[in-house]
Write a protein that binds this ligand. Structure first.
Ligand SMILES: Cc1cc2nc3c(=O)[nH]c(=O)nc-3n(C[C@H](O)[C@H](O)[C@H](O)COP(=O)(O)OP(=O)(O)OC[C@H]3O[C@@H](n4cnc5c(N)ncnc54)[C@H](O)[C@@H]3O)c2cc1C
Length: 476
């Protein structure tokens, strides 16, 4: 095994030495811009990570800290400038709900400590209820075996924590270039035979690498260059976000989500007085909500949380019948619904809206290329899963690549890459499917569908094993 490792390392280093020449030859043959490429060729890397969002930066950090991968020359290219993050008393309007698996990954990378040193809010109780009937489902820390249901962390704080750890990691093989907008890619065509990608920057610089990782978000140019099939549709909805002031101070460790006929509205706890809003609604409505004066916006918000929507009497009769049956056999009937907080104001300038879409790349890999995060999959934010799936990609990719290196395989060997694709798709695709089903189920107002989902939700709420199953799927 050790001999294999040494062989693989030597092979890689030998390739690093000779590839400067082969890149020049390749570029000359391709485009006739020999002198420009000579002037702007910036180096050959084992791995280039295109995109330094939360997922790309975490991958760079995970590779830099992994003893089997830390010898690889890694370059992270990010279009945005290096952020000069300062923790302010106001919260950012973009937050993510992070699950237990993400916490475990971030703890193992020493990133969680930085988040805790700044701020996060644990979610200890979650209540999801339907505006078209009286039923609800709740999840508590107790269902999670005394662990928190999730953690609410601001996106920019999370990115700062990841970058802080990445920059303080003692690994001179990892390079980061900010303000580095990638213009195009030239990917290897042959199937897995010593692939080499050429990454051309907007300023004319060029890099080459054996393994290219596309972490460049939902509109991934890496994915487009791979030419893979991408299944996508717009929800014709936007996620309206804002930082909300609550009418009364409280412990505020509950995440609230109400399913309106237009889509879900969620309040995620920030501190004892503030919550973060994610309100998914039709594009026109979202635009109107952004334009409303503050008091009218707050009224619309409280309406969305509290207003009684028209109910079908058949649904009412059936759900109250099921409720009394459940009560008779000593099971939770879902009647003990807690009341959500009232909103008294919205932080100035915190309202914004983001388009919502579904996306699934049928392939996560091509010769010498792999996709992670939103570049590979995109989901509706109703279940707070998007970036958690991306962090799962990072964990599995790092582990499988490390195993490959340990066995003396090339870093672009199809064995590990195909395993990566299969392991991740086996997790991500069912999760995407479930989220999609929930979205479709809850944006329908047709009575039989409302009845079916209401009874289903009541039963799920009454059965602890089902709740545990839902939580364990959401936590991974
Ligand atoms: C309203 C809303 C609420 C959400 N809530 C949650 C939640 O509660 N929980 C959750 O898990 N997820 C949530 N998500 C999803 C989550 O925000 C995304 O999954 C996550 O941000 C994706 O991270 P990423 O690093 O893969 O991609 P991105 O954040 O898109 O990062 C891609 C990076 O690549 C860089 N890049 C792109 N092109 C180039 C180029 N040509 N050259 C160089 N760099 C480039 C970009 O600058 C960017 O930094 C939510 C999403 C929305 C819209």
């Amino acid at each position: 095994m050790l001999v294999n490792n040494v062989k693989s390392l030597l092979n890689r280093q030998l390739r690093c030495c000779i590839q400067t020449t082969s890149v020049r030859l390749l570029c000359t043959a391709e485009g006739g811009y020999t002198s420009q490429v000579k002037d702007t060729f910036r180096g050959n890397y084992d791995v280039i990570i295109a995109g330094g969002g939360m997922v790309g930066c975490t991958l760079a950090c995970a590779m830099a800290k992994n003893s089997l991968l830390s010898n690889l020359k890694v370059l992270l290219l990010e279009a945005s400038p290096k952020s000069d993050y300062q923790l302010k008393s106001e919260y950012s309007n973009r937050v993510v709900a992070l699950n237990q698996n993400t916490k475990a990954l971030m703890t193992s990378l020493n990133i969680w400590k930085h988040v805790e040193d700044m701020r996060l809010q644990p979610v200890r109780y979650m209540q999801v209820w339907d505006a078209s009937s009286d039923v609800m489902i709740s999840f508590s820390s107790a269902d999670m075996m005394d662990d928190d249901v999730a953690y609410i962390v601001e996106n920019d704080l999370m990115l700062h924590a990841i970058n802080k750890e990445l920059l303080s990691t003692d690994n001179e093989n990892t390079h980061i270039v900010y303000n580095a907008k990638i213009d195009s890619y030239q990917l290897p065509k042959e199937k897995y035979s010593s692939p080499q990608s050429i990454v051309k920057m907007a300023n004319g610089d060029t890099y080459t690498c054996q393994l290219l990782i596309g972490a460049d978000g939902a509109n991934s140019a890496v994915r487009k260059a791979m030419g893979v099939q991408y299944l996508t549709w717009s929800y014709e909805q936007m996620g309206v976000v804002a930082t909300l002031n609550l009418a009364e101070e409280c412990t505020n460790t509950t995440a609230w989500q109400r399913w309106l006929p237009t889509g879900p509205i969620a309040l995620l706890p920030l501190d004892s007085k503030r919550s973060s809003l994610v309100w998914s609604t039709w594009q026109d409505n979202a635009k109107q909500l952004l334009q409303l004066p503050e008091d009218q916006f707050v009224d619309a918000l409280n309406d969305a949380l509290w207003k009684q929507y028209p109910r079908s009497s058949s649904v009412e009769t059936c759900t109250s019948w099921l409720s009394s049956c459940l009560k008779q056999v000593g099971m939770a009937d879902g009647a003990a619904r807690q009341l959500p907080p009232s909103v008294s104001g919205v932080a100035a300038g915190s309202r914004a809206a983001f388009p919502l879409a579904f996306g699934h790349s049928t392939r996560y890999i091509a010769p010498g290329v792999a996709l992670i995060g939103d570049a590979a999959h995109r989901v509706h934010p109703l279940a707070g899963q998007g970036v958690n799936l991306g962090f799962g990609d990072v964990k599995d990719l790092t582990e499988l690549l490390a195993e490959a290196v340990y066995s003396g395989l090339d870093i672009t060997h199809p064995n590990w890459m195909e395993k990566y694709e299969s392991v991740r798709q086996r997790h991500n695709v069912p999760t995407q499917f479930m989220i999609e089903m929930l979205h479709r189920l809850y944006t329908v107002d047709f009575m039989p569908v409302v009845l079916a989902r209401s009874l289903g939700l009541q039963i799920a709420n009454a059965l602890q094993p089902i709740k545990k199953l839902i939580m364990s799927q959401a936590a991974t």
